[in-house]
Ligand binder design. Structure first.
Ligand code: NAD
Length: 354
């Protein structure tokens, strides 16, 4: 297969971790007889420095033309002046909305080899394997804002339309069919009207289109507790933009390190956007201490979701498991033991691709 990846390394540790994901993709291409082409583009703070725009037109154009987009991270103290006209994160938000990437998929899987890194007891987290499906382009982050004339009262509106809810519930249902077959929809239907629309729509779509799946609804406050007390009971968890933002970050602590968790943002049409869930980690940028596994696992999601290369994606996931089995650790997961550098970890995963 011939495929093009648009690489958007961004800021901080972004270039270091994307370089390792690229190395792994190049190894996959060689091992499985594919031709992958990589093009590099500016996004975030570095794009502001060089062009004045966190998402230059040339970057957006290259992303539209690619089969998949692999992003590192954006932002850092250099660009965090609150009075600045534009911010690095604006580039990422615009990229998601320009490409219609309404479905954010975040798998949260605990690795047995790292079970002691979790802040929760091993008997609670062992075996956790949840896929969060978060609605990404609507809800309160995109609703109407209002400020009173004197600035003392401000509101942000949470709104969803029936088609917006239907399409994200279908993403969750389709994913559950490929997994253990359970969907949990999370809302706040006891208080919010928008959540009652979410719930009736989710109930209808699941009953009409996915009758064979196990389906339940949870209130968001109860779900925040269940994630810490019985995370293994959940398979696919689908929810709106705000609740998904908070719950998926809460769940990201279950495996013990931010440096392990990938994500995919998908729309109805290609390309998908793949990125680690962590930020640009300016505190360790340039030190060789960044863990590239979340970005490498994001590349595996790109192979699976954008290129339909399941065997190749499985090979990358297996290679990540293999290096962890072998005891290879970057400093964030080494617990004071010997640690390898970002490049050494990338090379170890590439060498484990079979
Ligand atoms: P962060 O995720 O960058 O870092 C939090 C902590 O985790 C830091 O101690 C960091 O060293 C560590 N860490 C993160 N990724 C790691 C990795 N791969 N390997 C080892 N350690 C890792 O969050 P932050 O410090 O709150 O934010 C830093 C900057 O990143 C901010 O400008 C923020 O706006 C931005 N940010 C960007 C994204 C994105 O690009 N999607 C997401 C979150 C934050």
């Amino acid at each position: 297969m011939n495929a093009t990846f648009a690489l958007l390394p961004g800021d901080g540790i972004g270039p270091e971790i994307v370089a390792q994901a690229r190395l792994v993709l190049e190894t996959v291409a060689r091992s499985y007889g594919h031709v992958f082409t990589f093009t590099d583009h500016l996004v975030g703070g570095i794009a502001i420095d060089e062009t004045g725009d966190p998402l230059p037109a040339s970057t957006l154009e290259a992303c539209r033309a690619a089969d998949a987009i692999l992003l590192g991270a954006v932002g850092g103290p250099r660009w965090s002046d609150p009075s600045a006209k534009t911010r690095p994160e604006a580039g990422l938000l615009r990229l998601r909305s320009e490409l219609g990437l309404y479905a954010n998929l975040r798998p949260v899987v605990t690795h047995d080899q790292l079970i002691d890194a979790s802040p929760l007891r091993p008997e609670i987290v062992r075996g956790t394997d949840i896929l969060f499906v978060r609605e990404l382009t609507s809800g309160i982050y995109f609703g109407p804002s209002h400020e009173s004339d004197d600035g003392t009262v401000v509101s942000d509106g949470m709104q969803y339309s029936i088609p917006e809810i239907e399409r994200i519930i279908r993403v969750a249902g389709d994913a559950a069919r490929r997994r253990s077959g359970k969907v949990t929809s999370v809302d706040k239907a006891n208080v919010l009207a928008v959540s009652r629309l979410w719930r009736t729509t989710a109930d209808r779509i699941m009953a009409e289109e996915y009758p064979e799946l196990e389906f339940e609804t949870q209130l968001v406050d109860a779900m925040a507790m269940h994630l810490l007390s019985r995370p293994r009971d959940f398979d696919v968890v689908v929810t709106g933009n705000l609740f998904g933002d908070i719950l998926s970050d809460e769940a990201s602590m279950l495996p013990g390190s931010l440096g392990l968790l990938p994500s995919a943002s998908l729309g109805d049409n290609p390309p998908g956007l793949y990125e680690p869930i962590h930020g640009s980690a300016p505190d360790i940028a340039g030190t060789g201490r960044a863990n590239p596994l979340a970005t490498i696992s994001s590349a595996a999601m790109a192979l699976r979701h954008s290129l339909d290369l399941d065997a190749e994606a499985d090979a990358v996931d297996r290679a990540v498991g293999q290096v962890l089995d072998d005891g290879t650790r970057t400093s964030d997961i080494a617990r004071g033991g010997p640690a390898v550098t970002t490049a050494e970890m990338g090379a170890a995963v590439a060498a484990a691709i079979t």
